[in-house]
Ligand binder design. Structure first.
Ligand code: TXA
Ligand code: MG
Length: 341
């Protein structure tokens, strides 16, 4: 099939296609999602097939309002309204118990809970509203690869397999939403996946404690969110993290060993090493925001076969605030490996 791009004038057409069970990728502020009508099991099944995603990994249900979500949810956590008021639309996904049979079991991977998010993107909110149905949306990449942050990334992975892509340029944040578990009204919210909404921001809003899934701290623990156990964000080229003080050594080591290396970093590091490596993907500036926005695009860019790289070195940030989300994704793509002298 021919995969088409939908622009502003074709949003009604995109909504109609989704409603009818077709697969349409959509932009959000985090990454692009692979959309399908959440109420049609056949359409949702196609999402798993097209991505090559394991069926025990449940999907996020995207809604255009809090009211729409409430139709499906059973036990609202007492903090829900406060959280919604402060963070929706935005990069925050919430997990609740759902009304029995309210969503097809293929959406929830057979769990009694489901994940919900109202994305902060005008085109996508309009499409969900026009379609009048909730839309499932895993990241619109081939399973295992870095998530797509442009419509072209989606096209690269999925063209010929999906009906269309709603193009809205590069995404603002660059990594997937924070996922929090609110399924037990008696327990504090728990972060299952770090994202742009940080623990500190959540705690300030609810004026209380937010827990963190232990697997995010100790790699030996089993994650509570099914998707967190799978290999993720891996280009074909090997990735290594480089600590601040190791850049000179790392570049020298690669040169001595005649390893063709690419570098992903902010201008401060990128400009210092650019003449000693085969390729550079430079973040817009040296902030963790710029790094988070550029990480997946950098990994995809330097994975281009024509560059023929053996190894990609990536800048690290301290694991605080947004740095938590950045390092969570980077560690997965590097298989936890740092350059060691
Ligand atoms: O920013 C995002 O969240 C993007 C955009 C497109 O919205 N979507 C996204 O979806 O990242 P996906 O499918 O790649 O990640 C969903 C995560 C997975 O780790 C999955 O296991 C978890 O949410 N999840 C979904 N439903 C769950 C549930 N009922 N309980 C626990 N974890 C759940
Ligand atoms: Mg994903």
């Amino acid at each position: 099939m021919e995969t088409k791009y939908y622009y502003e004038e074709q949003l009604t057409e995109a909504a109609q296609a989704l409603k009818n069970g077709k697969l349409v990728a959509f932009p959000t502020e985090t990454v692009y999602g692979l959309g399908a009508n959440a109420l049609l099991p056949e359409a949702v099944k196609e999402v798993f097939l097209v991505k090559g995603r394991p069926q025990d990994n449940p999907l996020i249900v995207h809604v255009s309002s809090f009211e729409q979500m409430k139709k499906y949810v059973d036990n609202l956590h007492p903090l829900t309204e406060k959280i919604v008021k402060n963070f929706w639309p935005g990069p925050l996904t919430m997990i609740f118990e759902i009304k029995k049979g309210a969503l097809p079991s293929i959406v929830t991977g057979g769990l009694s809970t489901a994940a919900f998010r109202m994305p902060d993107n005008k085109k996508t909110l309009k499409v969900i509203e026009l379609a009048g149905i909730p839309i499932v949306g895993p990241s619109a990449n081939t399973s295992g690869k870095p998530s797509p942050t442009t419509a072209e990334h989606v096209y690269h992975d999925l063209h010929g397999k999906i009906t269309g892509i709603i193009d809205d340029g590069a995404t603002r944040i660059g990594v997937e939403s924070t996922v929090i578990d609110l399924s037990d009204p008696k327990r504090a919210p728990m972060i299952l996946r770090p994202g742009a909404v940080t623990k500190e921001q959540l705690e300030a809003v609810i004026d209380g404690k937010v827990a963190i899934d232990q697997h995010l701290i100790q790699s030996t623990e089993t994650p509570k969110s099914p998707g967190m156990k799978y290999q993720h964000y891996s280009p074909d080229t090997k990735v290594m993290m480089v600590r601040e003080s190791d850049w000179d050594n790392a570049v020298k080591w690669a040169k001595d060993k005649q390893i063709r290396v690419g570098v992903i970093a902010g201008p401060r590091i990128a400009e210092a090493v650019r003449f000693d490596v085969a390729a550079v993907y430079m973040y817009f500036d040296d902030s963790v925001e710029a790094a988070t926005k550029g990480l997946f695009a950098g990994l995809r860019g330097l994975d281009e076969k024509t560059l023929g790289l053996d190894l990609i070195f990536v800048e690290v940030f301290s694991e605080e605030g947004l740095g938590n989300a950045y390092m969570n994704r980077l560690k997965k793509s590097a298989g936890q490996k740092y350059f060691e002298n």
